[in-house]
Design a protein around this ligand. Structure first.
Ligand SMILES: NC(=O)c1ccc[n+]([C@@H]2O[C@H](COP(=O)([O-])OP(=O)(O)OC[C@H]3O[C@@H](n4cnc5c(N)ncnc54)[C@H](O)[C@@H]3O)[C@@H](O)[C@H]2O)c1
Length: 318
């Protein structure tokens, strides 16, 4: 099978490409290598994959329809995994137009081509941020998601709706996976697990928003990859599925786990809660278990141990 991955040089995309290559699939990745974070880090993410003869990388923007079409035309993929997006909640408040362009128009571009080239299965990377400030936990796919609290969350919800319309009109198989705070080796440098590891190691102050009791359902990268590959292998019509660890961890607990692994104490500074931030995320994964056989196995302590080990080996670059 050939799988086309957009955003394939990013954190999740690069792990997915390696996992698919390992099981013998052909992989085409498209990534603009944008500078949301250091593009050199993205190039390092794909160094191993580039050595595999079943791997093809194209530095393209998904907003460039011609270039995107050339990739579909050449690869003729059986499955497309659409991960390319402007990411991050807080920056989306500053550049809502850019987030709208890439995350909504870019998604439509991918759906149009998936349709035109008869792609049998499409996976869309959605996010726990669609749940907004939902108070009911754990978050279930049945819960209302029409009150996102950031432009980023709103664009992800819009992406899901576009996916549904393509399924409904053209009978396409499309699975929207709502990822919950993914972390691990090669993790995004703007997200708390990687950012705090780096700052605590360097003896720099970390800002703790609110009282440190906000909760995130941190999900280890290998578990997420298991969920994505299971979704690639199943043609489900249209489904929206949470992929989380189903364990909400307080920010202070994350900090303590990182301190323990680094053997260093954090210097923390209290800061007000950030606009657009959700107080808690916590996934109900009953549906993922049922439809995908999803079984997250990595406890936060074990995941942080592996993240810190990777950080130590790569800290000259991070
Ligand atoms: N990491 C998480 O915790 C998390 C949580 C929820 C949802 N997601 C979603 O999962 C997907 C992957 O996230 P990630 O954490 O790997 O982020 P990432 O930033 O590491 O990867 C995204 C990649 O997309 C590329 N990209 C961005 N705009 C592009 C464009 N216009 N054309 C081509 N490529 C483009 C970037 O260069 C980057 O390499 C995103 O859609 C994100 O919204 C991630």
């Amino acid at each position: 099978m050939t799988v086309l991955i957009t955003g394939g040089a990013g954190f999740i995309g690069s792990h997915l490409a390696e996992a698919l290559l390992e099981r013998g699939e052909k992989v085409t990745c498209i990534d603009s290598l944008n500078d949301y974070y250091d593009p050199e880090a993205k190039k390092r993410n794909i160094t191993k994959a580039l050595q595999n003869r079943n791997y093809r990388f194209r530095k393209e923007d998904i907003l460039n329809q011609k270039a995107l079409e050339a990739a579909f035309q050449e690869a003729k993929p059986e499955a497309a995994v659409h991960l390319a997006a402007r990411v991050g909640v807080r920056p989306s408040l500053k550049e809502p137009e850019l987030y709208t362009d890439v995350n909504i128009k870019g998604t439509v571009n991918v759906l149009q081509l998936a349709r035109k080239y008869s792609v049998k299965n499409t996976i869309f990377a959605s996010s726990s941020s669609v749940y907004g400030a939902n108070k009911k936990v754990p978050f279930s796919e049945e819960d209302r998601t029409d009150k996102p609290v950031s432009p980023y969350g709103a664009t992800k919800k819009a992406g899901e709706l576009m996916c549904h319309s393509y399924h409904s009109l053209y009978g396409m198989n499309i699975t929207c996976l709502r990822f919950f705070t993914v972390y691990g080796p090669r993790g995004r440098p703007d997200m708390a697990p990687c950012k705090f590891t780096r700052l605590i190691d360097q003896g720099k102050e970390i800002e703790v928003y609110g009282d440190g009791r906000t909760k995130r359902d941190y999900t280890y990268i290998a578990d997420i990859i298991q969920g994505i590959t299971a979704a690639i292998d199943r043609h489900l019509g249209y489904e929206v599925i949470n992929l989380g660890n189903s364990n909400a961890v307080e920010l202070q607990h994350l900090i303590t786990a990182i301190e323990k692994e680094l053997g260093k104490k954090a210097r923390t500074k209290q800061a007000p809660p950030q606009p657009g931030d959700m107080p808690a995320t916590y996934a109900d994964i009953t549906k993922a278990r049922r439809l995908l056989g999803f079984m997250p196995r990595t406890k936060i302590e074990e995941g942080i141990k592996r993240l810190v080990a990777w950080y130590r080996e790569n800290k000259d670059h991070t």
